[in-house]
Write a protein that binds this ligand. Structure first.
Ligand SMILES: NC(=O)c1ccc[n+]([C@@H]2O[C@H](COP(=O)([O-])OP(=O)(O)OC[C@H]3O[C@@H](n4cnc5c(N)ncnc54)[C@H](OP(=O)(O)O)[C@@H]3O)[C@@H](O)[C@H]2O)c1
Length: 220
């Protein structure tokens, strides 16, 4: 059976993704910061995505092991509800480290694992809030971190297409998690199930697209 590595798999959307893949018999590598304190589904892997030493240690422990889907899901939304006068440079940088830079460096660290697999897919949980076309204002750090993630993945898609490694960025919907809150539109099952179907369906040469969780294409 194929193997998937999911970051931020201890709660929210990441945990539900782990449950769905596990239910289909995949080998799930459940990456999170504190595996010992979490009720994880799958094989635990300690990984703080923003810590380069942690990424290097995880890559070393996985050397030579094919990973069919590397799903960059971990993220933070530190400036929820904030506007111009609330901006903190430190918080903005932290948001970029986790949401934008870390997923790309993790892809680089595990590139040969993905290249050695059968499915060769890089999935990213981004946000519609990173769409310039759909912007309704505010949340400067979070929005720009996801826009920048989308751009970086677009470059990654172009660079890795000759190796038939497929990338996709997806908006999970507004989801009832710690981040989305109780008033959100959908539950983790609908979100993760929809995105999984998108990733399952990525065909040969299909790379560098931006989808909603229900499979509709979104504007950048
Ligand atoms: N919920 C929504 O409505 C919504 C909408 C659009 C996009 N998203 C995106 O969906 C993804 C998952 O969000 P969620 O709603 O499931 O949020 P969540 O319930 O708040 O979970 C966030 C996950 O990210 C992990 N994480 C944060 N920083 C990390 C780090 N440095 N290293 C490793 N893991 C880290 C958290 O781990 P800890 O437990 O260790 O903190 C947790 O597992 C995020 O990328 C988010 O931006 C969510």
């Amino acid at each position: 059976m194929p193997t998937i590595l999911i970051t931020g798999s201890n709660r929210g959307i990441g945990k539900r993704l782990a449950e769905l893949y596990d239910a289909e018999g995949w080998t799930v590598i459940a990456a999170c910061r504190n595996p010992n304190s979490a009720d994880l589904v799958g094989e635990p892997l300690t990984l703080d995505v923003a810590d380069e030493a942690s990424v290097a240690a995880a890559a070393k422990s996985l050397a030579g092991r094919p990973i069919d889907v590397l799903w960059n899901n971990a993220g933070v939304y530190l400036d929820k509800g904030q506007m111009l006068m609330d901006l903190s440079a430190q918080e903005w940088l932290e948001t970029f480290r986790i949401n934008t830079i870390a997923p790309i460096l993790l892809c680089r660290a595990l590139l040969e694992n993905v290249a050695a697999s059968t499915q060769r897919k890089l999935a990213f949980t981004t946000s519609k809030m990173g769409s310039v076309a759909l912007n309704s204002g505010g949340a400067y750090a979070y929005r720009s971190s996801k826009s920048a993630l989308n751009m970086a993945v677009s470059s990654l898609a172009k660079e890795l297409a000759p190796r038939d490694i497929r990338t996709v960025v997806m908006h999970p919907g507004w989801v009832r998690t710690d981040m989305g809150g109780d008033e959100a539109d959908i539950d983790t099952n609908q979100s993760a199930g929809g995105m999984k179907a998108v990733v399952d369906g990525l065909g040969a040469g299909q790379t560098g697209q931006f989808f909603n969780y229900d499979g509709k294409e979104l504007p950048w």
